[in-house]
Design a protein around this ligand. Structure first.
Ligand SMILES: *Cc1c(COP(=O)(O)O)cnc(C)c1O
Length: 379
């Protein structure tokens, strides 16, 4: 079936508005460095999520890295991080030679478990080894339970970095995802809900810290005509061309959220008769973008495995994937401590039984019908 057109999990979906900003940049020869698109994209993202400021960067990973630098994280510091996430959430901890400790998910949101966080923080504080930051990830378009997580972090005065790479446009109570921690980060990688082909954003209420982020992201150049540097810097800014793509993409973000949620609703309605498929729950405290439709297969109700489904869909050129492999199970992090949700390892269970279904807004209804038919056939 190789000639069947491939259906992706989530591929770039242009609005048609991007080109005008790119053309403007070309016409004015502001191809580089930085320029109007970068400034405007920063303002537009800050205004969309309702926060004081934003710094456009070359990736979401760079944004996390700079957040850790601004929190002064260095060798042997401890940083807590959600375990169920993409590796980019935690790699910057190693860039700073700090030590990650991983925290399990709770079943209700699939995001960081307040129970596991509290246990970890209590134990580490008792040892006099309080973490210097907690990286909380909002998975697959849904916010974590910030009020509970923040109360625990506040009690120990530990700042939060909110990894909202997958949750731009989601809400927590009345607030936008990415604005709940000391820093928030977004990604515009090709698979995210909006893309600049590659890019990221660091947001915060603290404008002076964001100024420092700009400084570190442009090779930490001191104020001098000659090139002078007193600190270690990075080449992390976003290009003015790519920021132009981002400006065009941001204008259709709300429409994409509606489409993503419709894709989710269609799967959920069509597959409601299959008892063993349990979709990722949406919590009452927020609205998910449903960036990816994810579900888990209850092994008590079906012998069909996630790998059976992935293999079957692949024969029709349909992309699907397991849920993120938790970081505490990654060979890179095998030495790291891990705190589970009570006695259960929720993130490992979600990894073993969870699947991400094609959630591409480029997908036609006929294509989605076809996927649903294939899923019904397997079960
Ligand atoms: C995509 C992603 C990132 C990294 O973003 P890049 O822009 O690809 O560097 C970080 N965290 C999570 C949870 C992500 O999904």
């Amino acid at each position: 079936m190789a000639d069947r057109e491939r259906i992706y999990l989530s591929s770039p979906h242009m609005s048609g508005l991007e080109q005008q900003y790119i053309t403007e940049a070309f016409d004015s020869n502001w191809v580089a460095p930085l320029g109007k698109n970068v400034d405007s994209f920063e303002e537009e993202i800050a205004s969309y999520v309702g926060i004081a400021g934003a710094v456009a960067l070359s990736s979401g990973t760079a944004a996390i890295h700079l957040a850790l630098i601004l929190l002064d994280i260095s060798r042997d510091d401890i940083v807590f991080c959600s375990s169920l996430t993409f590796i980019a959430s935690a790699n910057p901890i190693l860039y700073q030679s700090a030590t990650p400790v991983f925290i399990d998910s709770e079943p209700d949101s699939w995001n960081m478990s307040p129970v596991a966080l509290e246990q970890a923080l209590t134990e580490y504080a008792a040892k006099g080894k309080k973490p210097k930051a907690v990286i909380i990830v909002n998975l697959y378009g849904q916010s974590a339970d910030y009020d509970r997580l923040k109360a625990i972090c506040d009690a120990y005065e530990v700042p939060i970095v909110e990894d909202a790479a997958e949750s731009l446009g989601a809400t927590y109570k009345q607030q936008m995802s990415g604005t709940l921690g000391k820093f928030g980060i977004f990604s515009f990688n090709g698979n995210k809900i909006i893309t600049t082909s590659g890019g990221g954003m660091l947001v915060s209420e603290d404008l002076s810290l964001l100024e420092k982020a700009r400084f570190y992201a442009t090779q930490a150049r001191d104020q001098a005509k000659h090139y002078q540097h007193s600190q270690l810097g990075y080449n992390y800014r976003l290009s003015n061309i790519l920021a132009g793509i981002g400006r065009g993409q941001l204008q259709i973000l709300n429409e994409r959220i509606v489409q993503k949620r419709n894709i989710f609703d269609y799967y959920q309605n069509e597959l409601s008769t299959i008892q063993s498929i349990q979709f990722m729950p949406e919590t009452s405290f927020g609205k998910s973008t449903r960036w990816l439709t994810t579900a888990w297969i209850d092994p008590k109700q079906s012998s069909v495995s996630v790998s059976d489904i992935i293999t079957h869909l692949e024969t029709y050129n349909i992309e699907s994937r397991p849920v993120w492999k938790p970081l505490h199970l990654q060979p890179l992090f095998q030495e790291c401590a891990y705190y589970t949700h009570q006695e259960q390892d929720i993130s490992a269970t979600l990894f073993n039984q969870g699947i991400c279904l094609p959630s591409d807004t480029n997908m036609s209804l006929q294509q989605q019908e076809f996927i649903v038919q294939q899923l019904k056939d397997i079960f």
